[in-house]
Design a protein around this ligand. Structure first.
Ligand code: IMP
Ligand code: MG
Length: 182
């Protein structure tokens, strides 16, 4: 697997620092909220980031899972979002949600999911992404918590995949273009 990686963009120590910083911020921002704090892990890519983040949060927190996909090629997303796994709760008006994403590219997935949870009556909805590629936005969207801004490169590892592979790499690396450009 390492031979398919051009360079390591974020190593394990840096990932750990990102999780420490964001978890401390979230713990502080929500410590006085009367609502239940719920992290929404967007499967599959956000699994590792959500768990590393969650174990560092020092106030009560619950978790939910959603699965969404956009139609498009493997490396370029389209604007249409499908929800394959949804949240089933009857206390939406009592919940502060934070949607946890691995990466924001066009911004379509997160802007759609924020609108969707608000429409369902959530008390509040914020967003957190490990990686952000601001250059690639097609819809205006600014996440509330950002791990790191990265250049317009296709990256894998720490949950992020190409064709379901590389999710298990413990770091985030740039995939060699020759792997996906044929
Ligand atoms: P958006 O809706 O265009 O913001 O797309 C976000 C989703 O696209 C992420 O959850 C990833 O599944 C996928 N994605 C975007 N960029 C990358 C990348 O560099 N590596 C792996 N997946 C990516
Ligand atoms: Mg993906």
């Amino acid at each position: 697997m390492r031979k398919d990686i051009e360079s390591i963009l974020i190593n394990e120590d840096q990932i750990s620092e990102i999780c420490d910083r964001i978890a401390a911020q979230i713990s502080k921002d929500y410590e006085n909220s009367e609502k239940k704090l719920v992290l929404v892990c967007i499967l599959k890519g956000s699994l590792m980031f959500t768990s590393e983040l969650m174990k560092r949060i020092n106030i009560p927190v619950e978790m939910e899972f959603m699965k969404a996909s956009s139609y498009g090629s493997k490396t370029v997303s389209s604007g249409i979002i499908n929800i394959h796994l949804d949240i089933k709760r009857d206390d939406m008006e009592n919940v502060d949600f934070i949607i946890i994403e691995d990466i924001i590219d066009s911004g379509n997935t997160l802007s759609h999911l924020v609108r969707y949870l608000k429409e369902r009556g959530a008390a509040s909805v914020k967003t957190c992404t490990m990686l952000d590629k601001p250059e690639r936005r097609t819809v205006e969207f600014t996440p509330d918590y950002i791990g790191m801004e990265i250049p317009d490169k296709f990256v894998v590892g720490f949950g992020l995949d190409y064709n379901e592979k590389y999710r298990n790499l413990p770091y985030v690396g740039v995939l060699k273009p020759e792997i996906y450009s044929h």
